[in-house]
Design a protein around this ligand. Structure first.
Ligand SMILES: CC(C)(COP(=O)(O)OP(=O)(O)OC[C@H]1O[C@@H](n2cnc3c(N)ncnc32)[C@H](O)[C@@H]1OP(=O)(O)O)[C@@H](O)C(=O)NCCC(=O)NCCS
Length: 192
């Protein structure tokens, strides 16, 4: 992709739609729904997500920063909604590792009662396709705690290639963790 002289001029999506999910940037008015999803999912999120115990005020502050990072094209944090009902399901988005390389990372979480229904696989597929087709991506990466088998299963389900395991490279709530690195490049076979 040709990068405009101002990073803020890089065109990005307003929404992505799959058969069952809608992915779009956050709005201030999403705060209550996002907080309710976190509040209903604390035990489910705690082993893996640093925001599991955030208060409503902390969440509102995070949301403001997320919207600002989107505007500045420093990161594209997006929410995931069930298309049919409009119910908030969780968070995902593209972290920008390097615009010029076309190197992005996808992170994700679902509210506890939305797990096990294929919503995140659909979301990651949408974001990955978008990165390759519209952002000229050369590399889309997923990282996760080596113990987080549900998270690594999302990457494997979509044909991300496991490239390595970084030992003791990050903090986890219970000490240090190993991190698995998965990635897709444009030459990889289509997502299954
Ligand atoms: C990681 C996380 C997002 C994965 O969610 P998930 O629901 O397991 O992932 P998917 O969307 O790929 O769904 C796959 C599951 O839905 C099932 N499923 C049901 N209906 C489906 C459908 N129509 N299409 C596809 N899959 C479907 C699949 O069989 C699979 O179930 P299984 O794992 O029991 O075999 C979720 O576990 C989570 O939020 N964890 C806490 C936060 C976290 O760890 N985030 C990642 C940090 S790196």
């Amino acid at each position: 992709m040709d990068i405009p002289p101002f990073q803020t001029a890089i065109p990005v999506f307003e929404e992505l739609r799959g058969p069952r999910v809608l992915v779009r940037p956050y709005r201030t008015s999403d705060a209550d729904d996002v907080y309710a999803a976190v509040e209903a999912s604390r035990d489910h999120l705690r082993p893996w997500m640093p925001f599991a115990d955030e208060t409503a005020d902390e969440l509102r502050d995070w949301l403001a920063h997320a919207m600002a990072r989107w505007l500045l094209r420093e990161e594209l944090p997006a929410g995931v909604w069930e298309a049919a009902s409009g119910r908030y399901l969780g968070g995902s988005g593209l972290m920008i590792r390097d615009w010029r390389i076309g190197y992005f990372e996808i992170g994700y979480w679902l509210r506890a009662d939305a797990e096990g229904k294929g919503y995140m696989a659909e979301t990651v597929r949408l974001l990955t396709d978008y990165a390759f087709t519209s952002l000229g991506a050369n590399r889309v990466e997923i990282r996760c705690d080596a113990r987080n088998t549900r998270s690594s299963a999302v990457a494997e389900r979509l044909g991300f290639v496991r490239e390595g395991r970084l030992r003791n490279n990050a903090h986890a709530p219970d000490g240090l963790r190993d991190t698995l690195i998965f990635a897709r490049t444009p030459d990889d076979p289509p997502m299954g």
